[in-house]
Ligand binder design. Structure first.
Ligand code: ARG
Length: 465
């Protein structure tokens, strides 16, 4: 059989293994809509520039629209022998309108075509991810507003450090997601240049209008260097890097949910909607969704590293290695999307156990810093000395196996004679968080104000609002 795609020079078709390793249709079928969008803009420009006739352009446009309909209806047959989405669509177009279909590929190559399709796809995906991140921010900010004053332990080294509020903890993730969205939007701005018209690598001898196709496809401008246009994949790398950072943030929150759900912590409960049971241990309620969000971060980060490795040794311009840019990216961004949805669901679902969190906040001598601060403020002690005195008091309490607030005044005075009854005023966890009024601190009044600020801002950013 002669070769279906390259006819002329090739007498026979490829070996079965060649076809298998070479084909990308198994995954780049996802570019179908973007590919047709690009072709429609290209053919309109070709006609406008007098490179193809109006009649041919009309026939091609009509044919492309029919192909789009077939793909949307699920009646399109994708063929591996036709290698990729570009050839599949062009071949179907030829079935429909005859050899004039071949005029569509004037002044274009699959190299600029795939670069265009991938950009369009990434751009659409980034916009969807941004909306999902926003929805998660909203869920977190709502919980923050409800729990601005709910006390929980704050940790360093996973050791009780100082009391904070649950709302403050939720807002920490709102901040992270805001930077994640900023990174995506920076990447989107940088990538918004159109590679179409770079052709194979050197540009074209036809009098094309790259400004026109760039504009028609919603780009800010055409790319300025044809070699760079067909070999650049850093628009994918940037988005994968931003996605990896976001997935890492989600993974940390997921890890906290896993910890908080253990009977040992018992800070929150997830409902039946986001947990599973065990087939052997009837008492179990496992936070699988949180574990999977934590686990899937590995796939996202893996896709970034994978593509960096694919690209690092490639001379300019296009090499077939670059076909390996897609599967990992599809998987990574789809995984991130799923993780964002699952995390939003869990944040809305989880029920904090306020009593347990408050009790835990008071254990582990979490108000020791408040005691040291009191010594500095009231007794004018240098902080280092106050730290030392407090350490001795913690040791005393710990030997007696009681909290700091359970020491008697006499016991306190045996360590530091100037201590007065007033010291007991700062030893409660509520008082501790209330006093942390510095900008960005955990005081409930701060948290309430920040939650309100975020909710107003996020409502404005919601699409269509
Ligand atoms: N399927 C190819 C890819 O995904 C399209 C570009 C092919 N270009 C070429 N010169 N073989 O990268």
């Amino acid at each position: 059989m002669s070769n279906k795609m390259w006819g002329g020079r090739f007498a026979t078709g490829p070996d079965a293994i060649m076809e298998e390793i070479n084909a990308s249709i198994g995954f780049d079928y996802r570019f179908a809509t973007q590919d047709i969008r690009g072709s429609l803009a290209h053919v309109a420009m070709l006609a406008e520039a007098g490179i193809v006739s109006e009649d041919h352009a009309k026939a091609i446009t009509k044919g492309l629209e029919q192909v789009r309909g077939e793909i949307e209806a699920g009646s399109f047959t994708f063929s591996r022998a036709l290698e990729d989405i570009h050839m599949n669509i062009e071949s179907r177009l030829a079935d429909l309108i005859g050899p004039d279909a071949g005029r569509l590929h004037t002044a274009r190559s699959r190299n600029d075509q795939v670069a265009l399709d991938f950009r369009l796809w990434i751009r659409d995906t980034v916009d969807e991810l941004d909306q999902q991140m926003l929805a998660l921010q909203q869920a977190l900010a709502e919980r923050a507003s409800d729990h601005a004053g709910s006390v929980m332990p704050g940790f360093t080294h996973l050791q009780s450090a100082q009391p904070v509020t649950f709302g403050h903890h939720m807002l920490a993730y709102v901040e992270m997601l805001s930077r994640d969205r900023g990174r995506l939007s920076d990447a989107r701005k940088r990538m918004n240049e159109c590679p179409l018209g770079a052709a194979a690598l050197a540009g074209t001898s036809f009098p094309i209008n790259r400004e026109a196709t760039a504009k028609a496809l919603g780009f800010d401008r055409p790319t300025a260097n044809s070699l760079d246009s067909v070999s650049d994949r850093d628009f994918v790398l940037e988005v994968l890097a931003a996605a990896s950072i976001c997935a890492t943030h989600l993974s940390r929150l997921a890890e906290e949910i896993v910890l908080w759900c253990t009977p040992q912590f018992g800070f929150v409960q997830l409902s039946d909607k986001f947990t599973t049971g065990s087939s052997i241990m009837p008492q179990k309620r496992n936070p699988d969704a949180a574990e999977l969000v934590r686990g899937k971060s590995g796939r996202v980060i893996g896709a970034l590293i994978g593509l960096l490795v694919v690209m690092k040794g490639l001379p300019l311009t296009y090499s077939k290695d670059m076909q390996e840019d897609k599967e990992g990216t599809f998987d990574a961004l789809q995984s991130l999307s799923l993780c964002l949805a699952a995390m939003t669901g869990m944040i809305r679902d989880l029920e904090p156990d306020l009593k347990r969190m408050k009790t835990a906040a008071g254990s582990g001598y979490a108000t020791a810093t408040d005691l040291a601060d009191w010594l500095v403020r009231e007794l004018k002690m240098p902080f280092r000395q106050a730290h030392h005195v407090t350490g001795s008091l913690v040791k005393l309490a710990s030997n007696k196996k009681v909290g700091l607030e359970k020491l008697t005044l006499a016991e306190m005075q045996s360590v530091e004679s100037q201590i007065t009854q007033q010291v007991f005023d700062v030893l409660g966890v509520e008082k501790s968080v209330k006093s942390r009024k510095s900008y960005g601190g955990t005081a409930p009044a701060n948290v309430r104000q920040q939650a309100r600020r975020w909710l107003t801002k996020l409502a404005k950013e919601t699409r269509g609002a």
